[in-house]
Design a protein around this ligand. Structure first.
Ligand SMILES: *Cc1c(COP(=O)(O)O)cnc(C)c1O
Length: 450
């Protein structure tokens, strides 16, 4: 009698006990591996039904493994950014300082006084001493934390401009990142956009002419990810303020959170306020180097109105975000701790070159050399900022695509770029703890098949 071919397929439980699947059970959970096993067995049952012979156990396990790897790669995990783009939206923008993270862990893994006033024992407000710290850094009367900068802009427009006019220069009607478009956000909030000027030129007179009794606000938006070069002009914040009636609010969506004067061409937050902006908002996970959040700062009465609006309940951040920001700001004030972006932007190219050299020291140089390249602040922060950097160039051994994939396949994955048919690992964006890993992977890569 012929054996039933279906019975030669192993059972899910048996497969789950296989040594080769143990790491996947750990990494993506037993039910997900189990579900992969069932699906793979099901597809073989169909094939047997169509007359194929039953596969052997190793063939089955290999297919299961490749599906598990796919799931594993989708997990949120640490990667090494060797692209030279400091604020890479695909890679979580700014890393959080590890010292800050450690300090926040203690607060987050127990109960905390998120809305408890420890002085009176009664219910308190969120935000701790963040407003005071922001005031220290920028001179702002008050500040408010929300989920991200898009939420900050949305909240500001909803509270002060619904049903009223908002003046926006045509040169600043930008799209930032995935789907954050100034005109669309305005429309969503029920504000009416009053477009003025042209793409390259907006004059003070354009602002003056457009003000009427329906005007609630002038919104000035940092163009973040593009530059208009050549014949271009727009009035300063100070000039715009000088022609606005008292009841028209001047809001600056600054975007990056740049606080230092050291980065050429960028206006720090404190100057926006000093020049007369009533409210300024920015992303916490760009130059500041915090978690994803938005900060709105400026006049106390306006911040108070924002804080008490029902939408604030929708946009408020959680304890993890508050704790990380508060700790970071204290460290920034006390120890001049800088966010990762600022640190990189202020690193000299010679230092980066030295780092590249250090990494390839002692390795087979047949396929490796160190070349000048550039880094970008990226992520909608400061468009012109293409700064000199250095990269390790890998060429010749395999196709650039295969090489790029080889590095992406490592644990943690190393993300490089292709330029002129070579793979570049830009060392500007490496963290100190990435260095040994990159060296080890390069060593294995150059030795492979040798
Ligand atoms: C980045 C950016 C935003 C969007 O901020 P998110 O924190 O990503 O929501 C809005 N406006 C400007 C000017 C920006 O640079």
């Amino acid at each position: 009698m012929n054996e039933n071919p279906y019975t030669r397929l192993p059972q899910v439980e048996k497969l789950l006990g296989a040594d080769v699947l143990r790491e996947y059970i750990e990494n993506i959970s037993r039910p997900l591996v189990s579900s992969v096993c069932s699906q793979v067995l099901e597809s073989f049952r169909r094939k047997i039904g169509e007359g194929s012979p039953p596969p052997d156990r190793n063939t089955i396990l290999n297919i299961i493994r490749s599906h598990c790897v796919e799931l594993e790669k989708r997990r949120l995990q640490r990667v090494v950014n060797a692209t030279g783009i400091i604020l890479h939206t695909n890679m979580g923008r700014s890393p959080v300082h590890s010292e800050v993270w450690q300090a926040a862990a203690h607060i987050n893994t127990g109960y905390c006084n998120l809305e408890l006033d420890l002085w009176s024992g009664r219910r308190g407000g969120r935000g701790g001493i963040i407003p005071e710290l922001i005031k220290e850094l920028t001179g702002a009367e008050s500040a408010l934390v929300v989920n991200n900068n898009a939420a900050a802009v949305f909240l500001i427009l909803s509270v002060f401009a619904t049903g009223k006019e908002v003046i926006v220069s045509r040169g600043e009607q930008v799209q930032i990142g995935g789907g954050f478009r100034i005109p669309e956000i305005l429309e969503e909030t029920g504000a009416v956009m009053k477009e003025i000027g042209t793409t390259n030129i907006t004059s003070l007179e354009d602002y003056r002419k457009s003000i009427n009794e329906k005007t609630s606000m002038v919104l000035s938006v940092h163009p973040s990810n593009f530059v208009i070069q050549g014949f271009t002009r727009k009035p300063s914040i100070r000039a715009i303020r000088s022609i606005l009636p008292d009841n028209v609010i001047l809001v600056a969506d600054q975007g990056s959170g740049m606080m230092t004067e050291q980065i050429r061409g960028e206006i720090p937050i404190s100057r926006y306020l000093a020049d007369g902006a009533d409210l300024v908002c920015f992303s916490c996970d760009k130059v500041l180097g915090g978690p994803q959040a938005g900060i709105i700062l400026g006049r106390k009465n306006l911040i108070g109105k924002l804080a008490s609006h029902p939408l604030m309940r929708v946009f408020r951040a959680g304890k993890t975000v508050y704790s990380l920001i508060e700790i970071f700001l204290i460290e920034k004030i006390n120890k001049s701790l800088t966010g990762f972006t600022e640190t990189v932007l202020l690193t000299g190219e010679d230092e980066i070159k030295k780092l590249c050299r250090k990494i390839i020291r002692g390795l087979d140089r047949t396929f490796l050399d160190v070349v000048p390249s550039t880094m970008l602040s990226g992520g909608g922060s400061s468009p012109e900022k293409e700064l000199p950097s250095y990269s390790i160039r890998i060429s010749g051994k395999k196709s650039p695509e295969t090489t790029l994939a080889y590095f992406r396949d490592q644990v943690p994955p190393i993300i490089g770029t292709i330029q002129e048919k070579c793979v570049l690992l830009n060392c500007a964006t490496l963290l100190p703890e990435d260095v040994d890993h990159v060296k080890n992977v390069l060593s294995a890569f150059t030795d492979e098949g040798a």
